[in-house]
Every structure is written in structure tokens, then in C-alpha cells.
Design a protein. Structure first.
Length: 366
């Protein structure tokens, strides 16, 4: 026999007037004010400092171009409306760039959009909604693809795989300081898979030789940490990064450089260049450290001297390492940890797919 248990009466508590007032006062204490939504000048500067210098320079250039366009068209740049951003992207798809003689490519326009939203954040403004601008950009990409424009294809640096590196090294006179420096730059850049900015940031005391090779203390800018990267001896003296760096260190010591940057500017007389000045004032790195652009130019110029075709940049060394390591059977984890890639990096996965293009082709054997 089923019996229904008697229901007990629910106790309803009516809060007192004092309790209601106390809750209201507590809630009022946690209401956001205008101060909660603003950054001080110092905080804005600190946020900007967390961005790579090259990215910040590019965003600054893009933002200045956007602000100038807004001024010329009677629009407000900060804060910008979604309509203004969509109009600007439309303008960029047709405006002729003085540098190239044609409109900007999709990647450059995408970066311009990123700079606009980032700059709003820097200035405590809500970034504009970019859905309309993104649709304009998507249509532009489709148009370029349908017309087989070269701009529709992503420009990639050629990978400096071992065969290419050997050709590049063969063009260098390694009996002089500039040749020693360039050989060490190419081989160490490849062996550490360092970004060109990370490579030129190395100091002499960041490189330590051991019985097994070099231990290189590289600051990986994307993951914001130092990694001690092991670089073993190469099979051949001519392509051995350990021997190339050792030769450079000996030459630097002979020039009385035992501290400071590893890669320095060399003048046309084959000596470490003196500090640069402009109007009597020093400019650039006072110790003569190479800039990322100067180091990238070395890669470009040496590749050209070797007669290599395609686009050769500072990124060719890092990309070449990933491609060659994958072709040689190295795992994703080993490659990523050695080169300081973030876990799940889409850029790294792209390099590995290129490395697998022929060695692990799904069509082979069908």
C-alpha cells in the first residue's frame, strides 16, 4: 500500500527593512565606475611593451595610415564606427600602394584591421565591430583568386634546407670577419630554429661550448621564455654550426670583443663598425648589434649570390630547420620544443605538411 507522506509547510522568511537596505548598500559597493574601464598611461605602456617590437612598429604604421585616411575623408578614427572600418577596407582594396604599384594584399589588409582594433584597446576605447569589413576582405580574396592574381597566394619564405645552406655557405669568404659572422649567423640560425630577431638578440655569454656541442640560451619571443637549445657538432666542418661559432668567437676576441652582442655590424674595412651617429648623436645599438633587418638582408643577399630562386628572408632559416627535421623523421613534439614553437602552432604544422609532401604522400603506392 502506497502512502503519501504529509507535506510540511514551507517556511517563508520575509527580510526586514534593515536587511534589504544592507544588501542594496553592498551591491552599490561593487558597481563598476568609469575608473574600472580605463588604463593609466603607465599601464598602456606596459601592455604595449608585451608586444614584439616588430609587430608594434607595423601596427603603428598601419594605424597612422588609417588615421590619415579618416582625417582626409572627414571621419573619426578613435573611436571608429563599423561603417568607417568597412569603408577603409574597401578603400584599401583599390588604393595603389606607392611601394608596389598595386593595392595591398589580403594579409596586409588583415594586419591593418588588427592594428585598428589593437589601437582602440591601447586607448581605452571599445574596438569597432568588423563583420562588414571582414566580408569586404573575403570578397576581395575571392576576386583575386578568380583572376589568378599572385596576391591571392600567401607569400612564403623559401626553406633553407641543407642543400640550400651548402650553396649559400660556398659563397662566403670565411677568412675575414664578415664571412665568419655570416657563416655563424646562417648555421646557428638554422640549428637553433631561432627567429631572426631572437638570433641577433644573442650575446656572447649566451653561447657555451661543451664536449657535445653548443648550449645556446635563446629568448623565445612568442612563448616569452628562455630556452637552452642544444646544438650538436655537424658531420662536416664546413657546415658545422659549432665550429662556425667557435671561429667567430676567436675572431671577436682578437678584436677585443669578449662581451656584448654575438652578431655585430662589420664595416667595409672588415672591422667591427663604430657606433653610428646622426647630427652628432648616437643612434642604433651602441655596441654595434645587428638589427633584425640587417641579419635578414644577409640571408637574402647570400641566397642571391648563390643563385637561389624564390623569396629568401630571415625566416628561411627557421622554416628550413622545421622542413628538414620533419623529412628526417623528427616528431612534432621534438621539433616544436627545439624551436620554441607554441603547442599546436599552425605555422609549424604548415611547415611539417610541406616536409611530408613527398616523404609521406598519400597518393604514393596507390
Amino acid at each position: 500500500m502506497n502512502e503519501t507522506a504529509p507535506r510540511t509547510a514551507e517556511l517563508v522568511v520575509i527580510p526586514s527593512t534593515e536587511t534589504v537596505a544592507a544588501h542594496a548598500q553592498t551591491a552599490a559597493m561593487f558597481v563598476h565606475t568609469d575608473a574600472d574601464y580605463h588604463l593609466s598611461a603607465a599601464a598602456q605602456e606596459a601592455v604595449a611593451a608585451g608586444m614584439p617590437a616588430s609587430t608594434l612598429r607595423a601596427y603603428t604604421k598601419d594605424w597612422n595610415a588609417f588615421a590619415a585616411w579618416c582625417a582626409s575623408t572627414g571621419r573619426i578614427a578613435l573611436p571608429a564606427t563599423p561603417e568607417t572600418v568597412a569603408e577603409y577596407v574597401t578603400h584599401l582594396t583599390t588604393a595603389i600602394s606607392p611601394r608596389t604599384g598595386k593595392p595591398l594584399g589580403p594579409a596586409s589588409i588583415d594586419r591593418a584591421l588588427a592594428s585598428i582594433t589593437t589601437w582602440h584597446g591601447f586607448n581605452d576605447k571599445t574596438p569597432p565591430q568588423t563583420k562588414g569589413a571582414r566580408r569586404v576582405l573575403a570578397g576581395y580574396k575571392a576576386k583575386l583568386a578568380m583572376t589568378h592574381s599572385a596576391q591571392a597566394k600567401t607569400r612564403k619564405a623559401e626553406p633553407a634546407v641543407p642543400d640550400a645552406l651548402r650553396s649559400m655557405l660556398a659563397t662566403l669568404d670565411r677568412s675575414i670577419l664578415a664571412g665568419m659572422r655570416n657563416a655563424a649567423l646562417l648555421l646557428l640560425g638554422y640549428a637553433t630554429a631561432a627567429r631572426i630577431s631572437e638570433l641577433v638578440a644573442l650575446n656572447l655569454d649566451d653561447v657555451r661550448e661543451t664536449e657535445d656541442g653548443l648550449l645556446v640560451n635563446v629568448y623565445r619571443s612568442k612563448v616569452k621564455m628562455f630556452t637552452e637549445t642544444a646544438v650538436p657538432y655537424g658531420k662536416l666542418p664546413s657546415t658545422c654550426p659549432v665550429r662556425a661559432v667557435r671561429a667567430l668567437l676567436v675572431a671577436m676576441a682578437a678584436a677585443e670583443r669578449t662581451s656584448g652582442p654575438l652578431f655585430v655590424r662589420v664595416d667595409r674595412h672588415g672591422k667591427i663598425a663604430a657606433p653610428m651617429t646622426r647630427g652628432g648623436r648616437p643612434i642604433g645599438d651602441l655596441e654595434g648589434r645587428m638589427t633584425p633587418k640587417a641579419a635578414a638582408d644577409v640571408v637574402t643577399n647570400v641566397a642571391e649570390a648563390a643563385g637561389l630562386e624564390g623569396s629568401w628572408t630571415g625566416h628561411s632559416l627557421r622554416r628550413g630547420f622545421a622542413t628538414a627535421a620533419r623529412r628526417d623523421g623528427a616528431s612534432l613534439e621534438r621539433i616544436g620544443r627545439h624551436g620554441g614553437w607554441k603547442d599546436g602552432s599552425t605555422a609549424l604544422l604548415g611547415y611539417l605538411e610541406e616536409g611530408d609532401r613527398w616523404t609521406n604522400n598519400p597518393v604514393a603506392g596507390l
